[in-house]
Write a protein that binds this ligand. Structure first.
Ligand code: ATP
Length: 476
């Protein structure tokens, strides 16, 4: 594959904006997204053959036509809200009311960073005016620290984004449209409007509450920072704005060369963010969708892990969790996840390994000829073949020691056996060239014991074969 062909491949799903200002508008998704339904009953490694594609791959191309707001879109000026919008608002309200008990359960055990417990009552309060009556009836003492995030009205978000104008659209994923906005105090924000058109309203609200619950809980410079939300008419998250857009855009679409020093800094930042999610949060958080499009670049190119739409809490006692359907981005999914739906820290470690390979090689996770970067890079990593691996656009300008460390870490992270992959603490040590602890602490390092899925008998060759078959299946 050459870079030319990669660009050609992506022109049909991405629109590159010539204007720097609008760079963010180019599609940031580097690999197709998909949802797989999988039979989890089988136990052998051929289980993947029963995978059926429930949705065709959801390319998340930015399309200028579709960037225009619909008649019924939440992006209208407050004075123009139509009867259909009002009806929609009422629908959201009813849905949120109906879902509250389920959601309260989910939220009730989530302590916020400020020490504020997001209880049933506080969730009602967070979700806005609609629940005022219940708040009064409960007669609760609200003497609690005020959370730092806000419940916005649609009018406030419309004012911030110039009525969600297409000029302000900075990105579009499979589930959301993202607009640049400015709050009255001058703060730049990203307003993420949840679309998820293929989902029922009820599922959309559930997903929104789940993402909101996780994102409100986290507090780390390398993870997305929530400023507020809105459930007024539509569902919105209001996030800190990333001035340099996504890593996918910068690395693959900007036409600019990303220097090695920045690449390495970005790699360390993402690793620190993942270590925080896996090891330092009250409950372990598995992101499930670590991709170059979901890494945002803040001032000074500090990376932030974003898009917690698929993230899962993992209770302390659970070694892993099994999910169905399997959702994620092709090219980044660990074998035990795409074949068996197993969710644990090591699936994020695998995806991080793919990201490292992207930074080293400048190639996409899946290239124009539908080849997986992992499959392409494995033999060169085994040979420690720097010349073949390193991005030619760097023109030999890199720190050799850092590059070698990144190659070793990538190689370890993409190991087909999850138990052999390092946890994120160890990955950071590898990247920084620090002494590696002989016995890493439990964080993200618990062995996976599975009767139903004998991963230890799983060979590297079988894995590459499965990966190829998986790719064929989802990309056909
Ligand atoms: N805080 C932000 N600042 C600037 N741009 C952003 C921000 N958040 C998102 N974007 C842009 O919008 C794009 C889509 O956002 P995001 O990945 O959150 O949407 P999504 O629909 O949840 O994606 P996915 O298809 O991965 O589920 C990002 O790739 C990025 O280019």
């Amino acid at each position: 594959m050459n870079e030319q062909s990669a660009d050609e491949y992506h022109t049909d799903i991405e629109i590159e904006d010539e204007d720097d200002e609008h760079d963010y508008q180019s599609l940031s998704e580097s690999s197709p997204r998909g949802v797989l339904e999988i039979s989890l009953s089988g136990s052998d490694s051929d289980n993947h053959s029963s995978i059926s594609r429930s949705l065709s791959s959801r390319g998340s191309s930015f399309n200028e036509d579709s960037a225009n707001l619909d008649e019924d879109d939440g992006g209208r000026a407050p004075g123009l809200i139509s009867s259909s919008s009002v009806a929609q608002a009422l629908r959201w309200r009813n849905l949120i009311c109906n879902l509250k008990w389920k959601s309260f359960k989910r939220f009730s055990t989530v302590p916020l960073v400020s020490g504020y417990e997001l209880s049933r009552k506080s969730l009602m309060r967070r979700l806005g005016k609609h629940h005022n009556d219940e708040v009064m009836i409960d007669g609760v003492n609200w003497d609690v620290p005020k959370p730092s995030w806000r419940n916005f009205t649609l009018a406030e978000l419309a004012a911030a984004t110039d009525c969600f104008s297409s000029d302000n659209m900075v990105g579009r994923g499979g589930h959301a449209e993202v607009y640049k906005g400015r709050l009255p105090d001058g703060q730049l924000v990203a307003v993420k409007k949840i679309t998820k058109k293929e989902k029922k309203d009820e599922d959309r609200v559930q997903d929104f509450l789940s993402e909101l619950g996780i994102i409100a809980h986290i507090n780390h410079p390398n993870a997305a920072h929530l400023i507020g939300f809105s459930s007024d008419t539509d569902l919105h998250l209001v996030l800190q704005f990333a001035p340099h857009g996504s890593l996918a855009t910068l690395l693959h679409n900007s036409g600019r060369r990303l220097e090695w020093g920045l690449r390495f800094k970005i790699a360390i930042g993402i690793a620190e963010g993942l270590r925080y999610l896996h090891c330092e949060c009250h409950r372990r958080i598995i992101h499930r969708d670590i991709t170059a499009s979901n890494i945002l670049l803040m001032d000074d190119y500090q990376p932030q892990i974003s898009d917690f739409g698929l993230a899962k809490w993992l209770p302390e006692k659970w070694v892993h969790h099994i999910v169905s359907p399997i959702e994620g981005t092709f090219g980044y999914m660990a074998p035990e996840y795409f074949m068996h739906g197993i969710v644990h820290e090591k699936i994020d470690v695998f995806s991080f390994g793919v990201l490292l390979l992207e930074l080293i090689t400048g190639r996409r996770a899946v290239d124009s000829s539908r080849q997986s970067l992992v499959i392409w890079a494995k033999p060169f990593l085994a040979q420690r073949n720097i010349q073949k691996l390193v991005d030619p656009r760097l023109e030999g300008k890199y720190e050799l020691i850092e590059l070698k460390r990144a190659m070793s870490a990538a190689s370890a992270c993409i190991h087909h056996l999850p138990n052999v992959r390092p946890n994120m603490k160890r990955v950071i040590q590898m990247l920084k060239g620090e002494r590696v602890e002989p016995k890493p602490k439990a964080c993200g390092g618990r062995p996976i014991l599975l009767d139903a899925c004998d991963l230890d008998d799983y060979s590297s060759t079988a894995y590459l074969k499965d990966l190829n078959r998986h790719m064929e299946l989802v990309m056909e």
